[in-house]
Design a binder for this molecule. Structure first.
Ligand SMILES: NC(=O)c1ccc[n+]([C@@H]2O[C@H](COP(=O)([O-])OP(=O)(O)OC[C@H]3O[C@@H](n4cnc5c(N)ncnc54)[C@H](O)[C@@H]3O)[C@@H](O)[C@H]2O)c1
Length: 255
């Protein structure tokens, strides 16, 4: 991984921040994105402080909306301008808009589809075009969810986008294998992040429901992502790795 260049979206906090942390720790240079400019800047400062050598920046912040195709294309251009190339793209940014199917409004669906699907699709497209031009392969990773595998109350739209991302990873095998670009996804189960921790009962509920006795930590997801985009995983493509402490294997019991 040392010397590779990555883009990761939606990383001001949560799972994405930890993915960047693992990358930077392994010597990857990262263009890190968040739509919240202050969060993006703080994340870059923190990681440059923790891992930087003072002379060169390990990561650079790029503020912008990862659902906007023009922003995505600028992001790829900027990674190449700053670091000279692009080897890894992680479409981590994703939005959960809860709601019952019968009252779900078009603008709710539009928002979820635009970030989770269009944002991931066009990041993969822009990144793959750059990787093809470089001629020495690359890795793309989508952030799915266990909600793409099982029905969840209030999450039918979100789950649909996550299932679609897994099919996108499989579909791109045809398009991108000739350029030695791998495309995979991870599907986390309940994960403790700043966002989910706002729900006071989250940790207790998911500790009880998860066979391994706790919700995931961002490191659990980040380590799997790091493997899937590493040279060690060069022959793995079109796959989704579920990281849920065994939850989908048994399905939740009656409550
Ligand atoms: N946390 C979980 O339990 C869980 C479980 C399964 C899958 N996921 C998926 O993992 C990914 C990360 O989840 P999380 O809970 O760590 O994220 P989160 O909701 O905490 O958001 C992380 C960051 O993304 C940024 N962001 C939001 N919209 C953006 C946009 N349009 N453009 C750029 N940045 C944007 C936010 O400002 C925030 O800093 C998502 O795709 C999510 O669907 C999360």
């Amino acid at each position: 991984m040392n010397g590779k260049v990555a883009i990761v979206t939606g990383v001001g906090q949560g799972i994405g921040f930890e993915i960047v942390r693992q990358f930077v720790k392994g010597g990857v240079r990262v263009l890190l994105n968040d739509r919240d400019e202050a969060l993006a800047r703080k994340a870059a400062e923190r990681l440059n402080g923790e891992f930087g050598d003072g002379a060169s920046q390990r990561c650079v912040a790029f503020a912008g909306d990862a659902s906007d195709v023009a922003v995505i294309r600028r992001m790829v251009d900027e990674a190449v301008r700053v670091f000279g190339r692009l080897d890894i793209a992680v479409a981590n940014a994703g939005l959960t808009v809860f709601g019952d199917f019968l009252s779900y409004r078009p603008e709710m669906l539009e928002q979820v589809m635009q970030l989770n699907l269009a944002g991931s699709f066009f990041l993969a497209q822009a990144a793959a075009a750059q990787m093809r031009a470089q001629g020495d392969g690359g890795s793309i990773l989508f952030m799915s969810s266990v909600t793409g595998h099982q029905a969840h109350k209030g999450l039918v739209a979100y789950g649909m986008t996550k299932a679609a991302l897994e099919m996108l990873a499989r579909g791109l095998v045809i398009e991108l294998s000739p350029y030695r670009i791998t495309v995979n996804a991870v599907a986390p189960g309940a994960t403790m992040t700043e966002r989910t921790a706002e729900d006071a009962g989250y940790e207790k509920t998911w500790s009880e429901l998860t066979p391994m006795g706790r919700p995931a930590r961002p490191e659990d997801i980040a380590q799997a992502v790091t493997f899937l985009v590493s040279p060690e995983a060069r022959h793995i493509t079109g796959q989704t790795l579920v990281i849920d402490g065994g939850w989908t294997a048994i399905s939740p019991g009656p409550s």
